[in-house]
Design a protein around this ligand. Sequence first.
Ligand SMILES: Cc1cc2nc3c(=O)[nH]c(=O)nc-3n(C[C@H](O)[C@H](O)[C@H](O)COP(=O)(O)O)c2cc1C
Length: 218
Amino acid sequence: MTDFKLTETDRLLMTTKQVRKRLDLTKEVPIKTVLECIEVASRAPIGGNAQVNRWMLVNDPQTKEALADLYRREGTAYLENGKKQVEELGGDATQRAVVDSSLYLLDHLHEVPMMIIPIRNDRPGTSVFDQATFWGSVTPGVWSLQLALRARGIGSAWTTLHLYHENEASNLLGIPESVTQIALLPTAYYTGEKFHPAKRRPAEEITYLNRWKQTPTN
Ligand SMILES: Cc1cc2nc3c(=O)[nH]c(=O)nc-3n(C[C@H](O)[C@H](O)[C@H](O)COP(=O)(O)O)c2cc1C
Protein backbone atom coordinates (compact mmCIF):
# COMPACT_ATOMS: atom_id res chain seq x y z
CA MET A 1 0.00 0.00 0.00
CA THR A 2 1.06 3.57 -0.55
CA ASP A 3 -0.18 6.86 0.85
CA PHE A 4 -1.62 7.88 -2.53
CA LYS A 5 -5.39 8.16 -2.77
CA LEU A 6 -5.87 5.99 -5.83
CA THR A 7 -9.37 7.29 -6.49
CA GLU A 8 -7.93 10.78 -6.83
CA THR A 9 -4.78 9.93 -8.81
CA ASP A 10 -6.74 7.68 -11.18
CA ARG A 11 -9.45 10.32 -11.57
CA LEU A 12 -6.83 12.90 -12.54
CA LEU A 13 -5.20 10.50 -15.00
CA MET A 14 -8.46 9.30 -16.56
CA THR A 15 -10.27 12.61 -16.80
CA THR A 16 -7.50 14.84 -18.10
CA LYS A 17 -8.99 15.41 -21.53
CA GLN A 18 -7.94 17.42 -24.50
CA VAL A 19 -10.00 20.54 -23.79
CA ARG A 20 -11.13 22.70 -26.70
CA LYS A 21 -14.74 23.81 -26.36
CA ARG A 22 -14.52 24.28 -22.62
CA LEU A 23 -11.55 26.65 -22.58
CA ASP A 24 -12.50 29.90 -20.82
CA LEU A 25 -11.28 32.49 -23.30
CA THR A 26 -11.99 35.38 -20.95
CA LYS A 27 -9.79 34.52 -17.98
CA GLU A 28 -6.06 35.18 -17.82
CA VAL A 29 -3.74 32.26 -17.03
CA PRO A 30 -1.04 33.47 -14.59
CA ILE A 31 2.54 32.79 -15.71
CA LYS A 32 3.35 31.94 -12.07
CA THR A 33 0.89 29.03 -12.15
CA VAL A 34 2.28 27.73 -15.44
CA LEU A 35 5.82 27.90 -14.05
CA GLU A 36 4.65 25.87 -11.04
CA CYS A 37 3.29 23.23 -13.45
CA ILE A 38 6.52 23.24 -15.48
CA GLU A 39 8.41 22.64 -12.23
CA VAL A 40 6.23 19.52 -11.76
CA ALA A 41 6.46 18.44 -15.41
CA SER A 42 10.27 18.70 -15.40
CA ARG A 43 10.31 15.58 -13.20
CA ALA A 44 9.26 13.41 -16.15
CA PRO A 45 11.87 10.95 -17.47
CA ILE A 46 14.45 12.13 -20.02
CA GLY A 47 16.80 9.76 -21.87
CA GLY A 48 20.31 10.03 -20.40
CA ASN A 49 18.90 12.66 -18.05
CA ALA A 50 19.89 15.23 -20.68
CA GLN A 51 18.42 18.62 -19.82
CA VAL A 52 17.22 19.33 -23.35
CA ASN A 53 13.61 20.32 -22.83
CA ARG A 54 12.43 23.93 -22.97
CA TRP A 55 9.04 25.67 -22.86
CA MET A 56 7.82 28.72 -24.74
CA LEU A 57 4.84 30.59 -23.30
CA VAL A 58 2.96 32.89 -25.64
CA ASN A 59 0.44 35.42 -24.33
CA ASP A 60 1.15 38.29 -26.71
CA PRO A 61 -2.04 38.85 -28.79
CA GLN A 62 -0.25 39.50 -32.11
CA THR A 63 1.98 36.45 -31.78
CA LYS A 64 -1.00 34.25 -30.84
CA GLU A 65 -2.86 35.57 -33.89
CA ALA A 66 0.10 34.79 -36.16
CA LEU A 67 0.49 31.27 -34.74
CA ALA A 68 -3.25 30.65 -35.12
CA ASP A 69 -2.99 31.74 -38.78
CA LEU A 70 -0.22 29.19 -39.34
CA TYR A 71 -2.32 26.52 -37.61
CA ARG A 72 -5.30 27.27 -39.86
CA ARG A 73 -3.32 27.32 -43.07
CA GLU A 74 -3.09 23.53 -43.23
CA GLY A 75 -5.45 22.75 -40.37
CA THR A 76 -8.64 23.95 -42.03
CA ALA A 77 -8.36 21.56 -45.00
CA TYR A 78 -7.01 18.77 -42.74
CA LEU A 79 -9.93 18.95 -40.32
CA GLU A 80 -12.61 19.56 -42.99
CA ASN A 81 -11.31 16.44 -44.70
CA GLY A 82 -11.41 14.56 -41.38
CA LYS A 83 -15.02 15.67 -40.92
CA LYS A 84 -15.93 14.44 -44.41
CA GLN A 85 -14.31 11.08 -43.76
CA VAL A 86 -16.10 10.63 -40.44
CA GLU A 87 -19.43 11.47 -42.11
CA GLU A 88 -18.83 9.18 -45.10
CA LEU A 89 -17.63 6.26 -43.01
CA GLY A 90 -20.41 6.78 -40.47
CA GLY A 91 -18.01 7.50 -37.60
CA ASP A 92 -19.21 7.08 -34.02
CA ALA A 93 -20.21 9.83 -31.60
CA THR A 94 -16.67 10.14 -30.18
CA GLN A 95 -15.11 10.65 -33.62
CA ARG A 96 -17.76 13.23 -34.48
CA ALA A 97 -17.17 15.05 -31.19
CA VAL A 98 -13.39 15.17 -31.76
CA VAL A 99 -13.80 16.62 -35.26
CA ASP A 100 -16.44 19.06 -34.07
CA SER A 101 -14.35 20.35 -31.16
CA SER A 102 -11.20 20.46 -33.31
CA LEU A 103 -13.01 22.73 -35.76
CA TYR A 104 -14.21 24.89 -32.88
CA LEU A 105 -10.64 25.28 -31.65
CA LEU A 106 -9.49 26.14 -35.16
CA ASP A 107 -11.84 29.15 -35.15
CA HIS A 108 -10.97 30.30 -31.65
CA LEU A 109 -7.28 29.48 -31.32
CA HIS A 110 -6.11 33.10 -31.39
CA GLU A 111 -8.43 33.89 -28.46
CA VAL A 112 -6.86 31.51 -25.94
CA PRO A 113 -5.17 33.36 -23.07
CA MET A 114 -1.98 31.32 -23.31
CA MET A 115 -0.25 29.03 -25.77
CA ILE A 116 2.41 26.67 -24.43
CA ILE A 117 4.97 25.28 -26.86
CA PRO A 118 7.13 22.43 -25.53
CA ILE A 119 10.52 22.43 -27.19
CA ARG A 120 13.61 20.26 -27.45
CA ASN A 121 16.91 22.02 -27.68
CA ASP A 122 18.08 19.80 -30.59
CA ARG A 123 16.83 17.97 -33.69
CA PRO A 124 15.65 14.34 -34.02
CA GLY A 125 17.79 11.70 -35.72
CA THR A 126 16.30 9.21 -38.20
CA SER A 127 16.77 5.71 -36.73
CA VAL A 128 14.00 4.22 -34.64
CA PHE A 129 16.36 4.37 -31.64
CA ASP A 130 17.04 8.07 -32.22
CA GLN A 131 13.37 8.84 -32.75
CA ALA A 132 12.22 6.82 -29.74
CA THR A 133 14.77 8.52 -27.51
CA PHE A 134 14.05 11.97 -28.88
CA TRP A 135 10.25 12.00 -28.66
CA GLY A 136 10.22 9.71 -25.62
CA SER A 137 12.34 12.21 -23.71
CA VAL A 138 9.99 15.11 -24.21
CA THR A 139 6.42 13.82 -24.49
CA PRO A 140 6.15 12.45 -20.92
CA GLY A 141 6.84 15.96 -19.64
CA VAL A 142 4.14 17.45 -21.84
CA TRP A 143 1.56 15.02 -20.48
CA SER A 144 2.74 15.74 -16.92
CA LEU A 145 2.24 19.42 -17.64
CA GLN A 146 -1.31 18.75 -18.84
CA LEU A 147 -2.01 16.80 -15.64
CA ALA A 148 -0.52 19.49 -13.39
CA LEU A 149 -2.54 22.18 -15.20
CA ARG A 150 -5.74 20.14 -14.94
CA ALA A 151 -5.25 19.69 -11.20
CA ARG A 152 -5.23 23.52 -10.97
CA GLY A 153 -8.42 23.97 -13.02
CA ILE A 154 -6.59 24.71 -16.27
CA GLY A 155 -7.39 22.84 -19.48
CA SER A 156 -5.15 22.35 -22.49
CA ALA A 157 -5.17 20.52 -25.79
CA TRP A 158 -2.29 18.77 -27.50
CA THR A 159 -2.09 20.11 -31.06
CA THR A 160 0.50 19.83 -33.82
CA LEU A 161 -1.10 21.35 -36.92
CA HIS A 162 0.99 24.55 -36.79
CA LEU A 163 4.07 22.35 -37.29
CA TYR A 164 3.25 22.05 -40.99
CA HIS A 165 4.89 25.48 -40.91
CA GLU A 166 7.47 24.86 -38.22
CA ASN A 167 10.07 27.20 -39.76
CA GLU A 168 7.69 30.13 -39.95
CA ALA A 169 6.55 29.53 -36.37
CA SER A 170 10.17 29.33 -35.23
CA ASN A 171 11.00 32.59 -37.01
CA LEU A 172 8.07 34.28 -35.30
CA LEU A 173 9.32 33.16 -31.90
CA GLY A 174 13.04 33.68 -32.53
CA ILE A 175 13.67 29.94 -32.19
CA PRO A 176 16.89 28.77 -33.91
CA GLU A 177 16.87 26.05 -36.60
CA SER A 178 18.77 23.68 -34.31
CA VAL A 179 15.76 23.48 -31.99
CA THR A 180 12.50 21.44 -32.35
CA GLN A 181 8.97 22.44 -31.42
CA ILE A 182 6.98 19.46 -30.16
CA ALA A 183 3.41 20.74 -30.01
CA LEU A 184 1.27 23.78 -29.30
CA LEU A 185 -1.01 23.63 -26.28
CA PRO A 186 -3.84 26.17 -26.20
CA THR A 187 -4.22 26.70 -22.48
CA ALA A 188 -7.01 28.26 -20.42
CA TYR A 189 -9.05 27.72 -17.27
CA TYR A 190 -11.77 25.23 -18.13
CA THR A 191 -15.46 25.82 -17.71
CA GLY A 192 -17.70 23.39 -15.83
CA GLU A 193 -16.56 20.96 -13.17
CA LYS A 194 -16.76 17.42 -14.45
CA PHE A 195 -14.90 15.58 -17.15
CA HIS A 196 -15.85 12.02 -18.09
CA PRO A 197 -13.06 9.50 -18.58
CA ALA A 198 -11.84 9.36 -22.17
CA LYS A 199 -13.33 6.42 -24.12
CA ARG A 200 -10.67 3.81 -24.84
CA ARG A 201 -10.58 0.05 -25.54
CA PRO A 202 -10.34 -2.18 -22.43
CA ALA A 203 -6.79 -3.02 -21.23
CA GLU A 204 -7.25 -6.76 -21.90
CA GLU A 205 -7.93 -6.05 -25.56
CA ILE A 206 -4.78 -4.06 -26.12
CA THR A 207 -2.33 -5.95 -23.90
CA TYR A 208 -0.44 -9.15 -24.75
CA LEU A 209 1.38 -11.53 -22.42
CA ASN A 210 4.72 -13.01 -23.49
CA ARG A 211 3.69 -13.37 -27.13
CA TRP A 212 2.11 -11.10 -29.77
CA LYS A 213 -1.70 -11.29 -29.57
CA GLN A 214 -1.65 -13.58 -26.52
CA THR A 215 -4.28 -12.33 -24.09
CA PRO A 216 -3.13 -11.86 -20.49
CA THR A 217 -4.98 -14.01 -17.96
CA ASN A 218 -5.12 -13.26 -14.26
C1 LIG B 1 0.50 13.97 -31.05
C2 LIG B 1 -0.89 14.55 -31.04
C3 LIG B 1 -1.22 15.53 -31.94
C4 LIG B 1 -2.50 16.12 -31.93
N1 LIG B 1 -2.77 17.16 -32.77
C5 LIG B 1 -3.98 17.79 -32.68
C6 LIG B 1 -4.24 18.97 -33.45
O1 LIG B 1 -3.39 19.47 -34.20
N2 LIG B 1 -5.44 19.57 -33.29
C7 LIG B 1 -6.40 19.09 -32.43
O2 LIG B 1 -7.47 19.70 -32.33
N3 LIG B 1 -6.17 17.97 -31.69
C8 LIG B 1 -4.99 17.32 -31.79
N4 LIG B 1 -4.74 16.22 -31.00
C9 LIG B 1 -5.83 15.68 -30.11
C10 LIG B 1 -6.45 14.42 -30.71
O3 LIG B 1 -7.00 14.71 -31.96
C11 LIG B 1 -7.61 13.83 -29.85
O4 LIG B 1 -8.63 14.73 -29.78
C12 LIG B 1 -7.24 13.51 -28.45
O5 LIG B 1 -6.03 12.80 -28.37
C13 LIG B 1 -8.35 12.71 -27.77
O6 LIG B 1 -8.80 13.47 -26.73
P1 LIG B 1 -9.28 12.86 -25.33
O7 LIG B 1 -8.07 12.32 -24.67
O8 LIG B 1 -9.82 14.05 -24.63
O9 LIG B 1 -10.29 11.80 -25.64
C14 LIG B 1 -3.47 15.65 -30.99
C15 LIG B 1 -3.12 14.65 -30.07
C16 LIG B 1 -1.84 14.13 -30.08
C17 LIG B 1 -1.49 13.08 -29.03
